[in-house]
Design a protein around this ligand. Sequence first.
Ligand SMILES: Cc1cc2nc3c(=O)[nH]c(=O)nc-3n(C[C@H](O)[C@H](O)[C@H](O)COP(=O)(O)OP(=O)(O)OC[C@H]3O[C@@H](n4cnc5c(N)ncnc54)[C@H](O)[C@@H]3O)c2cc1C
Length: 514
Amino acid sequence: MNASEHGAANARRALAQAAERSAAKLRANVRPAAWSNPAPSGRYNLVVIGGGTAGLIGASIVATLGGKVALIEREALGGDCLNTGCVPSKAIIRSSRICAELRDAYMLGVESGSAHADFAAVMERMRRIQARISQKDSASRLQALGVDVYFGRAHFTGKDTLDVDGRCLRFRRALIAAGSHPVIPGIEGLVAAGYLNNETVFDLAQLPRRLLVVGGGPLGCELAQAFHRLGSHVTIVQREPQFLPQEERDAAQILSEALARDGLAIHLNTEVVKVTRSGDERTAHMVCAGKESTVTVDEVVAGAGRAPNVDGLELKAANVDYDGERGVTVDDFLRTSNPRIYAAGDIIEDSRYTHMAEATARIAVQNALFFGRKRLSALTVPWCTYTDPEIAHVGMYTREARKRGIPVKTFTIPMNDVDRAIADGEEEGFVKVTIKDGTDRILGATIVARHAGEMINEITLAMVAGVGFKTLSNVIHTYPTQAEAIRHAADAYQRTRLTPLLKRLTTRWLAWNK
Ligand SMILES: Cc1cc2nc3c(=O)[nH]c(=O)nc-3n(C[C@H](O)[C@H](O)[C@H](O)COP(=O)(O)OP(=O)(O)OC[C@H]3O[C@@H](n4cnc5c(N)ncnc54)[C@H](O)[C@@H]3O)c2cc1C
């Protein structure tokens, strides 16, 4: 080994050790090895099953207000978001964006060195971030708040009792916040060939040279772009004719173009029907409009959807209705068929975001314990896919409004008309706001932009506060910002209010007043 090889080996060892230290810190916070479960005594105001975002929020609120509360977690506190979802994915997306910026730096007149990612360093940073954020979700913090934290698998034994590894917990109210898991895709040979999902992809020690991503939903698109930018050669296969099928076509089209520009191999309208393995290689057999083709890769990531964690909860014992695919059945107050038991987060249908896990847990706790009458249907829910550009949405889609017979007008500002986007070289995308025709009531918006996830919050605030589109035109936005696109859209709306009569009157007034 020469001196430079020796140095590289030392650097790799140091990174691996740092990653292991962070992983140990994470475990100490979210699944401490020496934890002993409390001895249950008396009845709890609230027992929470699941220590992900929904469970943590629910338990913390009740403990802070002085209630007797237990939280049961079978694996690690923090759930999907901290351990296998939002946090690790956003950490690597950040590193991948830097790679893309270095790659494109010449366009901004900057000579960059290398756009090469050191995958071990990227993953070490990701672990460090998880460890740091995990302090907020830690068992010791919950304990200090007054929550009885139990590690173990919970199942109901009756209408007001459940069992955690042989201990019986009695409750006045329970919150099911058991989350969801990735479904196993029904592709012939995939399981035998071996594949990754969100529970395993963040454990990769080496960047796969060639990667196949099956599924073009938010998870598939985010991971595909990130891994490609980090240096994998990524092929993404999507059964539908567009990525992010729930988004509008113009938004999805921009994403397709962005992924193609990054150099990913894109297969839309394509189904992976079989995967075979030979040594370390996997070959995927695909069909598109009756035509067969293959791609050979080193790893396959499946982002094929999620299913609720209802198995093993013995929901029947508690009289809680559920569906294996849709999850626990709740009414608009998040109450299950057992009036003592509520549910929140990914375990209920249509709620599969961290901010929804938090919002539904707040509603459930208020309704369960504090005579609340908060309704799920009253929520205005934004979401964002963190590709580059990001794709964010809130409220109604235009197609939905039309289906419901609501007359609408849409106002669209392309980002290449926005000074800051031009200056930043981030001109892809648009702001599109839909209002109810004849009013200035905002029904919904889609934003495709580098920072769409931040920008959508302004529209959400306006919708929640009942602020009309007209008012957004009067809100002074700092110049130059990309969020000015929202004001430009509102200005476009204001211009439509200038009727020919009003125009004639103002023209006459100004002529007379010269
Ligand atoms: C790769 C990826 C990226 C994502 N990125 C984003 C994002 O950027 N933004 C966003 O808003 N959302 C994102 N999400 C979605 C987000 O992670 C989830 O919506 C959120 O974590 C759901 O929280 P939860 O509390 O409902 O469930 P979970 O986080 O799944 O927590 C449920 C917990 O219950 C425990 N549990 C289950 N059954 C039992 C039992 N019988 N006994 C005891 N414990 C049990 C589980 O171990 C788990 O810890 C992402 C998801 C993935 C997979």
